[in-house]
Ligand binder design. Structure first.
Ligand code: 13P
Length: 251
């Protein structure tokens, strides 16, 4: 049985004051025991969140890591070894905002994925198609290529210690959610791609759905057989809403 994971990606949101408020709200949540919960604050606030959530069963991750695993001369970047030192256990790799706005390539992302794993962090590989790609009938091809590039570089075994997040770009921050059936189709294809190389890895890997998940649509999405939780953007900035989504994963 795969343990569901609900992860909140705070993106570039927050101030010390608003983060303190959010921590307060998260501390009050009654979280379901069978669900793993994580938050990904901006790096600047990781320390504050780590301290603030001390003793609460919520893991803390980073939204990005450097291509180089160890500290060194790379201005403006943060090494996976430093994230691990700060207490992070997870890191997002290849969020569509970084792929699209910052031009991160599949090749670069494989290096970040490997860097994270070499420091004991669990990478959460984000993949997903744009609206134009979906409308052109290329969804499975695009997602298959994004996943395939990491498998090719690092081997399917790398996914024994990783999480995948399927986030259709057209559903991110738009209020448009993939239907449970649309999401399930892609999740099943992702698992089948892994299955073709290693059945055990395919069975064990958690595939999260992301894109306008709210408490109101979470139960239906999480009810699909290959959806193992969610990567939540906007709704994760509200502790009560986020808590309700976590509970939906426990049903
Ligand atoms: P929203 O939940 O705001 O659509 O964002 C999803 C996302 O990008 C999470 O990484």
């Amino acid at each position: 049985m795969r343990r569901p994971l609900v992860a909140g990606n705070w993106k570039m949101h927050g101030t010390r004051a608003s983060v303190a408020e959010l921590i307060k709200g998260l501390r009050l949540l009654a979280l379901p025991t069978g669900v793993e919960v994580a938050v990904f604050p901006p790096c600047l606030y990781i320390n504050q969140v780590m301290t603030g959530l001390d003793g609460k069963a919520i893991a803390v991750g980073a939204q990005n890591c450097a291509v180089e695993p160890m500290q060194g001369a790379l201005t403006g970047e943060i090494a996976s070894s430093q994230l691990a030192d700060a207490g992070c256990t997870l890191v997002l790799v290849g969020h569509s905002e970084r792929r699209q706005i910052l031009g991160e390539s599949d090749e670069l992302l494989s290096r970040k994925f490997a860097a994270a794993q070499s420091c004991g962090l669990t990478p959460v590989l984000c993949i997903g198609e744009t609206l134009a790609q979906r409308e052109a009938g290329k969804t499975l091809e695009v997602v298959g290529r994004q996943l395939g590039s990491v498998i090719e570089e690092l081997g399917v075994g790398a996914f024994a210690r990783a999480v995948i997040a399927y986030e259709p770009v057209w559903a991110i921050g738009t209020g448009l959610t993939a239907t449970p059936e649309q999401a399930q189709e892609v999740h099943a294809a992702i698992r089948a791609q892994l299955q073709a190389e290693n059945a055990e890895v395919a069975r064990g890997v958690r595939i999260l759905y992301g894109g306008s998940v709210k408490a109101a649509n979470a139960v239906e999405l999480f009810g699909m057989p290959d959806i193992d939780g969610g990567l939540i953007g906007g709704a994760s900035l509200n502790a009560d809403e986020f808590g309700a989504i976590c509970r939906a994963a426990g049903n």
